[in-house]
Design a protein around this ligand. Structure first.
Ligand SMILES: Cc1ncc(COP(=O)(O)O)c(C=O)c1O
Length: 440
């Protein structure tokens, strides 16, 4: 019996004992192809990278830890400088944290403080898309509009405002989302709104989905008109996942603040970062000259040394270019392997962030009945077949149904990518046959 308080008490958790490249092995010797980069999309360089481990070890021998409140350290300074270099134009400062939720919390604090610094004391409300995931802390749970995630924490959550996602099903042009944005701006009073906060390209919540261009342009117009900040959660998409350093580069507007995390430590260190544009920074420089709240491990030398090595590997091995070039054909290979299954509505892809959306095969459009538990069946069958994917079923929230995320390490050799696709297609085929029989 495990003494760990697991996330799901009825789930069997294989004990993973080692990993190499895109493979991990459990304590029974069973090997799995890791099509989810460590399960969370963090392990972008794959498992067992001796060069990253050596960089962490060398830094730990030199200086393992100092706090950031009164002291700084070379890897922290250098990593901030290198991130500013690869960020979209206009970003000039970086605050380190230890993960995605902390980065997003920091973004909310930074946005609010920016307005306070400028004497705009009323602005605090955040508007964000409802179908999203930003982390498990109270503030980040409040940034989604999903009752399924917020239950039972409702009484603790700040009241932020949400708009529905503009997906093919509800709003293919993005106009309904803009109308909803106008309605919540009106409801809050635009002078009370601090930020619009979103994933530029969704990860687990709506795999590889991004709103239509009309929405982004309309959002930028409203920022100009009303004076709120636009903040991107690039916890997953940042540091190469979509084939650019930041997914922001793929969209027709420059955000004011970006949060990133997973790929920065690539699974070798717990590190996240918040990057801000110079005009945001200048509000503090011209104002109180501080933004003081922080955590014990923010910008620690070993985590930052790992981040530096990750950036170096990405550059030296041209891995972001590989993701950009290989992503479209990987999406096509996945789509063609899944072709013919009436349970598949769409295979989406942005670099190595791929998403599969399932529908009820009886009409090719509705959500699958939740009691069928398709997402869970897909993941369990995939595990049996030796491939790790990540499926979700936020159906009861009303914005999306069963879906699977497929996000392999950037370093995965073509042969392993082909094997991942084959095992996943066989998984979907097995589950789809059962479902079609049960729905008959
Ligand atoms: C888009 C997004 N934002 C934030 C988070 C939270 O990151 P963390 O688990 O590091 O707190 C996640 C985690 O999956 C995520 O996918």
């Amino acid at each position: 019996m495990s003494a760990v308080f697991q996330l799901e008490l009825d789930r069997h958790y294989p004990v993973v004992v080692r990993g190499e490249g895109a493979w991990v092995e459990d304590s029974t010797g069973k090997r799995y192809l890791d099509a989810m980069s460590g399960g969370s999309m963090a392990a972008t360089l794959g498992h067992g990278r001796r060069d990253v481990i050596a960089a962490a070890s060398a830094q730990a021998s030199r200086l393992s830890y100092v706090h950031n409140e009164r002291l700084t350290n070379p890897p922290r300074e250098q990593l901030a400088a290198e991130l500013v270099e690869v960020a979209p134009p206009g970003f000039t400062r970086v605050r380190f944290v230890t993960g995605g939720a902390e980065a997003n919390e920091t973004v909310v604090q930074l946005a609010r403080s920016y307005h306070v610094e400028r004497g705009d004391m009323k602005r605090w409300q955040v508007i964000s898309p409802a179908q999203a995931y930003h982390g498990p802390t109270m503030e980040t749970l409040a940034l989604t509009g999903r009752p399924g995630l917020q239950r039972p924490f409702g009484p603790y959550l700040p009241r932020h405002l949400h708009i529905p996602p503009s997906t093919w099903r509800f709003d293919p042009t993005g106009q309904a989302a803009l109308d909803a944005l106008d309605a919540v701006l009106e409801e809050a009073g635009p002078e009370n709104v601090s930020a619009y906060f979103c994933e530029p390209i969704s990860a687990a919540a709506l795999p590889a989905y991004s709103p239509p261009e009309r929405f982004w342009r309309g959002l930028a117009e409203r920022r100009d008109r009303h004076g709120f900040l636009i903040c991107y959660d690039e916890v997953v998409t940042g540091i190469g996942r979509t084939g650019e350093w930041f997914a922001a580069e793929k969209l027709p507007l420059v955000p004011d603040v970006i949060a990133t995390a997973k790929g920065l430590g690539a699974g070798y260190a717990a590190i996240g970062a918040v990057l801000c544009t110079d005009h945001v920074y200048q509000a503090f420089a011209a104002g109180s000259r501080k933004l003081t709240v922080g955590h014990t491990w923010d910008g620690a030398p070993v985590s930052c040394a790992v981040g530096l090595k990750v950036l170096e590997v990405l550059r030296d091995e041209r891995l972001i270019e590989r993701v950009r070039e290989r992503g479209p054909s990987l999406r096509d290979e996945l789509a063609s392997a899944l072709k013919g299954s009436p349970m598949i509505h769409e295979v989406r892809g942005q670099g190595f962030l791929l998403g599969v959306e399932y529908v009820d095969p009886r009409d090719g459009r509705s959500f699958l009945p939740p009691e069928l538990g398709v997402a869970r069946r897909i993941d369990l069958t995939a595990m049996e077949q030796g491939v790790i994917v990540y499926s979700t079923m936020p159906t009861r929230d009303g914005f999306a149904g069963d879906q699977t995320l497929f996000a392999p390490p950037f370093t995965t050799p073509d042969a392993d990518l082909a094997e991942m696709v084959a095992r996943f297609a066989s998984t979907v085929d097995t589950v789809a046959r059962d479902i079609e029989r049960e729905l008959r």
